[in-house]
Design a protein around this ligand. Structure first.
Ligand SMILES: Cc1cc2nc3c(=O)[nH]c(=O)nc-3n(C[C@H](O)[C@H](O)[C@H](O)COP(=O)(O)OP(=O)(O)OC[C@H]3O[C@@H](n4cnc5c(N)ncnc54)[C@H](O)[C@@H]3O)c2cc1C
Length: 340
C-alpha cells in the first residue's frame, strides 16, 4: 500500500493512521471541529478530559440561537450528540503526550497510541481561581455568585453590588468594564494591591471603590458572597468576578514545537494552523476573545483547512497508487461496513 508523510507543506512517502484527525479537547471548539470533519467524511476522534470551561457555565445568555439561554452542560450534550450522529468518535480521557513523527503525529492516551496525520488542539485555558475550597468555589459558580466573564454575563449583573478580585491593571480594566452594569463596584486584592496611580485615579473618577486590605477568605452567605478582609471586617456582594488571569493548556502543542505568545496562547495563521505543519489550534487556547462563538468560528475554519489538507493527501495517495484519487479513510470504513 502507498504510504505518505507530511514534510513541510507536502505529502511524500508513507501514511498509515488510526484517524485522519485527532482532536484534543471536547469543548465547544473541539466538538464544532468534530461536527465539521465528520460531515466532511473524515475519520476523526475527539479525546476529552471533561471539566472544561464550557462545562462550568450555569446558563449562557449570549450564544446566538438560544433566546432563553443554555447551560454549558446542555450545550455540550447537544454538540456531543450532533458529532456522534455524523460519525465522529468521542473518547473520554486525557491526551498525555503528543509526538511528531514521519506521517504526522502520535497521541498517547494512557497506554493507547493513536497515529494521525493532523491534530487539532482545543484544550482551552484554566482560570486562576480565588483561594477558597474547590467545592465552595464550584457552588458559587453554579449560583452565579462567582463569574469569570464580564463580556458573557455583565448584562445579567445589572444593578448588582459587584466585586472584582485582582487589584492590578487587569482587575482595574474589568472593574471599569463592569461600571456600565453594576450598582456598586469594588476592587479587591487577593494578595497585594498593585495599582498604578493612573488606574487608581481613573477608578476613583468612575466611582469604583478600592478595598485597601487584601482578602483573607471568601464564603457564601445565602444569596451573597462575603469577602473577609485581612485587616478585619467583611464586605458583602451579589457577585464576584475573579480577574486573576488564565493559563492556556499549551503543553502538548509546545512539546512538538508550536510557537506560543507571551501569555501562553498558541499562535496560528488565519486558517488556525500553527507553525508545525498539520497541527492546528482553536478556542480559548488560541489568542483572542475567549467566547463560545469565537471557539466555534475558529474550529470551523480549522476543520475546513484540515479537510483541504487531507484532500491534498488523498490526491497524493491516489497518485502513488496509480493515478486514482484515494477515498478518505472514513469513506473506506463506511463502505466496508455497508453504509456507503
Ligand atoms: C463560568 C464561565 C461562564 C462562561 N460563560 C460564557 C458565556 O455565557 N458565553 C460565552 O460565549 N462564553 C462563556 N464562557 C467562556 C467559554 O466557556 C469558553 O470561551 C469556551 O468554553 C471555550 O471553548 P474551548 O473548547 O476552547 O474550551 P473548553 O470549553 O475549556 O474545553 C476544553 C476541553 O479540553 C479538554 N482538555 C484539555 N486538555 C486535554 C487533554 N490533554 N486531553 C484531553 N482533553 C483535554 C478539557 O477537559 C475540556 O473539556 C464562560 C466561561 C466560564 C468559566
Amino acid at each position: 500500500m502507498a504510504r505518505l508523510r507530511l514534510m513541510g507543506a507536502e505529502w511524500v512517502g508513507e501514511a498509515s493512521n488510526d484517524a485522519e484527525c485527532v482532536i484534543i479537547g471536547g469543548g465547544p471548539a473541539g466538538l464544532t471541529a468534530a461536527i465539521y470533519l465528520a460531515r466532511f467524511l473524515r475519520a476523526c476522534i475527539v479525546i476529552d478530559g471533561g471539566q472544561g470551561r464550557a462545562a462550568s457555565i450555569p446558563k449562557s445568555h449570549n450564544l446566538a440561537g438560544f433566546p432563553d439561554g443554555v447551560s454549558g452542560a446542555d450545550l455540550l450534550t447537544r454538540m456531543n450528540a450532533q458529532a456522534l450522529r455524523h460519525g465522529a468518535r468521542i473518547r473520554s480521557g486525557m491526551a498525555e503526550e503528543l509526538t511528531r513523527e514521519a506521517g504526522g503525529f502520535t497521541v498517547r492516551i494512557g497506554q493507547q497510541l493513536l497515529r494521525t496525520p493532523t491534530v487539532l488542539i482545543a484544550t482551552g485555558v484554566v482560570n486562576h481561581r480565588p483561594a477558597m475550597p474547590p467545592a465552595v468555589h464550584d457552588t458559587a459558580i453554579s449560583q452565579g455568585l462567582i463569574r469569570y466573564c464580564p463580556v458573557c454575563d455583565g448584562f445579567e449583573a445589572r444593578g448588582m453590588r459587584i466585586a472584582v478580585l485582582g487589584c492590578d491593571a487587569h482587575g482595574a480594566g474589568e472593574a471599569e468594564f463592569l461600571c456600565r452594569y453594576g450598582k456598586r463596584i469594588t476592587l479587591l486584592a487577593q494578595n497585594t494591591i498593585d495599582l498604578l496611580d493612573d488606574d487608581r485615579s481613573r477608578l476613583k473618577r468612575l466611582g469604583v471603590e478600592i478595598a485597601e486590605s487584601p482578602v483573607r477568605a471568601l464564603r457564601i452567605d445565602g444569596p451573597h458572597i462575603i469577602a473577609e478582609l485581612e485587616r478585619g471586617g467583611e464586605l458583602r456582594f451579589d457577585t464576584l468576578y475573579p480577574a486573576l488571569g488564565t493559563s492556556p493548556r499549551n503543553r502538548l502543542a509546545a512539546a512538538v514545537g508550536a510557537q506560543v505568545a507571551e501569555d501562553g496562547c498558541i499562535l496560528t495563521d488565519e486558517h488556525q494552523q500553527t507553525n508545525v505543519p498539520g497541527l492546528f489550534a482553536a478556542g480559548d487556547v488560541v489568542e483572542g476573545l475567549d467566547q463560545i462563538s469565537v471557539a466555534m468560528g475558529q474550529a470551523a475554519k480549522a476543520a475546513t483547512a484540515i479537510h483541504n489538507m487531507l484532500r491534498e493527501r488523498d490526491e497524493a495517495l491516489g497518485a502513488a497508487v496509480g493515478g486514482l484519487s484515494a477515498p478518505s479513510t472514513r469513506s473506506e470504513v463506511d463502505a466496508a461496513e455497508g453504509k456507503g
